[in-house]
Structure formats: C-alpha cells, structure tokens
Design a protein around this ligand. Structure first.
Ligand SMILES: C[S@@+](CC[C@H](N)C(=O)[O-])C[C@H]1O[C@@H](n2cnc3c(N)ncnc32)[C@H](O)[C@@H]1O
Length: 284
C-alpha cells in the first residue's frame, strides 16, 4: 500500500507550482492523493519521498512532471467556445488586419493553452472562412500546451460529443463549412486541410522567456488558463503578451478572466462580450 502523507502532497503542490504556475487547488480538489499514487505506480515507485526526488529533477526529466500535470488537471474544451470571439475575429479583426498586411505578411495566430486542439482548429476554420473571400490572405496558426497527452490528442484530431457541441454545428451550418468527417458514432476526424494549418508544440506559460515564440502575433488566445495561476504570473503574462503582439493585435481570455491594471497599454475590445484586450495601434 502506497502512503502519501500531507507533507508529501504539500511538497508536490509546491513543485507543480514552480514548474507550471498551476495552483493545485484551482484545478483539482478531489482525490489528489489517489492521483499521485497512480503516478507513483506508473513510475514503479513505492515511497513518496522517492517520487518527490524524481519530480525535483524535473528540469532533466520533465516526463514525470508532465504526466503528473496531465493526471491532476482537467482540460475541458470544445469547438467555438465563446462564439462571440470568433464572430468578432471574422467580421471585424481579420478585415482590419488584412487591410494592413495585404497578402505580403501572414496574419499570425497563437492558441496558448490549447488543450486537445479544439480552440486551434476552431481558429483554423475561422481563417478558412475568411480566405474564401480573400484567397490571397496568409495565416500561421501555432498552438501549444504544457500537457503532452493533450498535444498528442490534438495531433490525432479525433473528437467526440463533449468537444463537438451545438456551437460547432451553428458555425458549420452558417458558413457551409465542415470540420471533417463524422463516423456512425458521431465522432469527427478533422480534415487534413485544417490539420495542416496548425503547428502544435509544447508550451509552458510559466517559462516567460520561452514565450518569445509568440513574438509577432496578431491574435493570441489564452483562454481558461489564467484561472490556474496567481496574480504575479498573470501580470507577467499580460506584459509578455503585450510585447509579443503586433500593434493592433488582440489577446483573448476566458469569460472569468481579466488583466487588471493594463489600461495604459491595452484597450478593452468593445464588441459584445469578447473578453479581449487590444494593443494600442500606435504602440511598439
Ligand atoms: C481548461 S483548458 C482550456 C483550453 C482552451 N484554451 C479553452 O479555453 O477551451 C486549460 C489548458 O491549459 C493548459 N495549461 C495549464 N497550465 C499551463 C502552462 N503552464 N502552460 C501551458 N498550458 C497550460 C492545460 O494543460 C489545459 O489544456
């Protein structure tokens, strides 16, 4: 029988926070000890102290930490979550960015904390719809997550009904554009065209320096991730996103998230309930 004492849970909580910024209580409150025990079994370790030593070496062996985070976090996501944001992108933001960039510069999009890819492929569908009217427009879509299992699922790109809700159907019907092929159970495999539009990679939002890959973005989605983090990391991310956005670029957050104290450099997008912040056009 594997025993995980409170002091071990506390130390693991600290290590998870140091590595990922995640405050454990915000992602899971139930069965933390069981989840830790599962991971210990997977690593063939019987003593919590030994498991902690493995985790402490996470800089050299991030598999143990990755697997633990995957076990502890619930990565709820679905296609066209908060559809107002996609409507705003299609009807207002893309026409403006296209006017500015023309066909010479791609519009650069990031989905940071992309879960299993639902958000990134929703963005790809939105871009394809815009491309119908403007065939010469160019895009890059990058998507990243800390959870390697989520990234593997995003690469596979097969979705069941939890991800495929009525918001996707509404988009498909409105624009006559399908996500991919459905099987008899109703699961959908994303079309190769959409898959090829999205580049997936490991991304740790706690590693602020490692976020230079977002530089030159026009659109950053970072939705329903900040809720996991403390105020300090949120403020660091607000500043980093600001640095990484092109002037006029927009960062989109989840419905219960905000950047406080950023009005000097971001303006709130005034379009229904977009939960979005726009970098002032004149800024650098
Ligand atoms: C609730 S899901 C949100 C998914 C999607 N953005 C949405 O709104 O539907 C949160 C995601 O954030 C990821 N995440 C948590 N901490 C992270 C970190 N430090 N760096 C990158 N991704 C992280 C989780 O693995 C999870 O996939």
């Amino acid at each position: 029988m594997i025993l995980v004492a409170q002091k071990h849970i506390d130390r693991i909580r600290e290590l998870v926070h140091n590595y990922s910024g995640i405050i454990l209580e915000r992602v899971t409150s139930r069965n933390v000890d069981k989840k830790i025990q599962n991971q210990m079994k997977n690593f063939g370790v019987n003593r919590a102290d030994d498991y902690i030593i493995i985790l402490e070496g996470f800089e050299h062996n991030s598999k143990a930490m990755d697997d633990l985070i995957a076990e502890l976090t619930v990565s709820e996501s679905y296609f066209f979550r908060n559809p107002i944001q996609f409507e705003y992108i299609l009807e207002t933001l893309l026409p403006e960015l296209y006017k500015r960039n023309g066909s010479s510069m791609p519009i650069r999009v990031w989905s940071a904390g992309c879960s299993r890819g639902e958000e990134a492929y929703s963005l790809a569908m939105t871009m394809r719809c815009f491309q119908r009217q403007h065939p010469d427009v160019r895009f890059t879509i990058n998507a990243g997550d800390i959870n390697a299992k989520n990234l593997a699922a995003a690469r596979e790109a097969v979705y069941g009904k939890r991800s495929l809700r009525e918001k996707l159907t509404a988009f498909e019907e409105r624009f006559g554009f399908e996500l991919g092929e459905r099987n008899e159970k109703g699961d959908c495999t994303v079309s190769d065209t959409l898959k090829e539009m999205v580049t997936l990679q490991k991304l740790n939002l706690k590693n602020i320096r490692g976020l230079n890959c977002l530089a030159g973005s026009d659109i950053i989605f970072c939705r329903n991730v900040l809720i996991y983090f403390d105020e300090h990391l949120r403020a660091q991310l607000a500043e980093k996103f600001y640095q990484c956005l092109n002037p006029g670029g927009v960062v989109f957050l989840g419905e219960s998230e905000c950047f406080s104290g950023t009005s000097d450099y971001f303006e709130l997008v005034n379009y229904k309930k977009t939960y979005a912040y726009r970098k002032h056009n004149g800024s650098r």
